[in-house]
Design a protein around this ligand. Sequence first.
Ligand SMILES: C[C@@](CO)(OP(=O)(O)O)[C@H](O)COP(=O)(O)OP(=O)(O)OC[C@H]1O[C@@H](n2ccc(N)nc2=O)[C@H](O)[C@@H]1O
Ligand SMILES: Nc1ncnc2c1ncn2[C@@H]1O[C@H](COP(=O)(O)OP(=O)(O)O)[C@@H](O)[C@H]1O
Length: 279
Amino acid sequence: MAVEAFAPAKINLTLHVTGQRADGYHLLDSLVAFCDVGDQVRVRRAEDLSLQVGGSRVAGVPTDGSNLVLRAAEVLKPAGQGAEITLEKHLPAAAGIGGGSSDAAATLRALAQLWDVKLPGEADLLSLGADVPVCMAPGAWRMAGIGEDLTPLPPLPSCDILLVNPGVAVSTPVVFRGLASRENPAMPQDLPVWGDALELSAWLARQRNDLQAPAVAAAPVIGEVLDALRASGALFSAMSGSGATCFALFEPDEGQAQSAAEDIRAKHPDWWVAAGCVL
Ligand SMILES: C[C@@](CO)(OP(=O)(O)O)[C@H](O)COP(=O)(O)OP(=O)(O)OC[C@H]1O[C@@H](n2ccc(N)nc2=O)[C@H](O)[C@@H]1O
Ligand SMILES: Nc1ncnc2c1ncn2[C@@H]1O[C@H](COP(=O)(O)OP(=O)(O)O)[C@@H](O)[C@H]1O
């Protein structure tokens, strides 16, 4: 028996850093969404645990026990069980779109079914990464705490999305360390219910990603990506997570995200560019 799970890209539509815990982790208030661009995980029964990594984006992805897929499998594995795991990477690594975290979550979903075991609790999920809890159930979430305080939101309005990464891996701790201020305002207590892509975009324009400025300072090419997205006719654009991937939102089903993707690819053949829709 084989089980497959899709690991969608995580997008921080907003990312407000509101404080810092005594252990150094930062408190966040983030509107998180997912899109139909992602990695694929396949698992099948085997005596031992093993991982094969393939796909179009294997650069920077470990193939040993440090891969989040194997770390997730170890957390779940009952004695005497094994699995042959295949990870097809399409998302760039260390890119602010939670590739590793989403892979870990997809692995847990697939193996829980294969082995007929319960999913791990919050502490085990967080031990794999602060972004792993939100990746367990891709959808629209308000994510607070360091990533464990999750409030489900009504589905977001249909939007097309364009993701662009300039090929620089940005270290999440380095970007957090570059923050000028660790105590910034949260999003409004009550979030609106956005009627359409335009309404959502107008609201997002009044919010922030506090990690954007330190990420641009660490990797100025992110500023070039943001300029290219602003010039693409998008309704809204910003950086996701700690970067370097940036996203732009478009009206749904009008092909604008696809044609903006083609334009940017033609001008920057070395950038990773993917168009899709918000899930
Ligand atoms: C910034 C965010 C926003 O969604 O996304 P990415 O840029 O990683 O996609 C996440 O909080 C990242 O989550 P994740 O990548 O799972 O983080 P972890 O592996 O747990 O932590 C990596 C390092 O980031 C810093 N870190 C992470 C989360 C957090 N709330 N505060 C932090 O200060 C810490 O220095 C930690 O050692
Ligand atoms: N399955 C995986 N895919 C990508 N990176 C992984 C994976 N497993 C472990 N890693 C390591 O995790 C780091 C962060 O990767 P990733 O989760 O893609 O980034 P981010 O946290 O910026 O969204 C990478 O630098 C890589 O060394």
